[in-house]
Design a protein around this ligand. Sequence first.
Ligand code: TXA
Ligand code: MG
Length: 330
Amino acid sequence: MTTPTKQSKEPRLLDVSHETLEMAGRALKEGGLVAFPTETVYGLGADATNDEAVAKIFEAKSRPTFNPLIVHVKDAGGAALLAEFTPLAQKLSRKFWPGPLTMVLKRHQESPLSLLVSAGLDTIALRVPSHPIAHALLEIAGVPLAAPSANKSGTVSSTAGMHVASQFRDGVDIIIDAGSCEVGIESTIIELSGNSAVILRHGAITTEEIEAVIGPVADNKADEIKAPGMMKSHYAPSIPLRMNVSPEDRAKGEAYLTFGPDAPRRAALTLSKTGDLREAAANLFTMIRALDQPGIRGIAVMPIPDTGLGRAINDRLMRASAPRGEGESQ
Ligand code: TXA
Ligand code: MG
């Protein structure tokens, strides 16, 4: 007699089509996991009102359950049903939604969302993605979708369907492959649950853009505990990464990831030849992945200016270069 073993089922990597969306919508309604593209990075989605489905996300990612998830909704109306939509939130949503801004708001007491998505907090992180496929999926699923970045906890986020497929051998039902993500770096997270606005994670929308709409905002740097997932080591490739490495400080065996017109010619890869931060953000995770190869001792990254989108890029590089084991995250 043979002992039954747990069946591992590989995810189905499917191109975008009406059938794919229908199938994905069904899988979500049945409590399954669907990875889907957003304009920032791929998300690993589940019905945010279904406890068991949300629990599967934590399991598939090996994510600590104290780290809450972002919930994706169709529009600001959908968000207002789930959380207290303050005047500041309304202003920001009018300007940046759909798009890569996540707002942390007070959860409505009677919210139908699983308690697991907030990991015990009385707030909820909400965003309306602008990617047409994410939108179509929200429409067809008919429920808010909890979706962290589609990568194993602590590793580099996925900016292509293949990146997701290479990390999840089982536990995920469908991966909707729509090619590369346009922005390539995660959404900006802003906390608005009190009267003030605090940036919890630098991301695709710059602080300058936000301040142009609502005036000065605070930076969470001094109080990292507030975003439970923002711990030191994250976005980490399997080989060491060093940031702010000028051309003369490169070490032997390291691949040099450069930026800007002054970059030495013999670079492994270049984030942006012209020094365009938007292009660099879009290339960041894909290039780190491409250099994370056996035979390469480490990745050295040329200095990136710490303004605008550069702040989000440097935040990711700082965590990717932090000593491993210093807290895991997202
Ligand atoms: O661009 C993005 O935001 C992508 C796409 C898929 O939407 N998602 C993403 O999710 O980056 P994730 O789970 O990798 O990062 C979410 C971050 C975590 O650091 C988590 O701690 C924080 O959001 N977060 C979620 N809910 C929160 C809450 N209620 N209060 C404070 N931080 C929260
Ligand atoms: Mg993440």
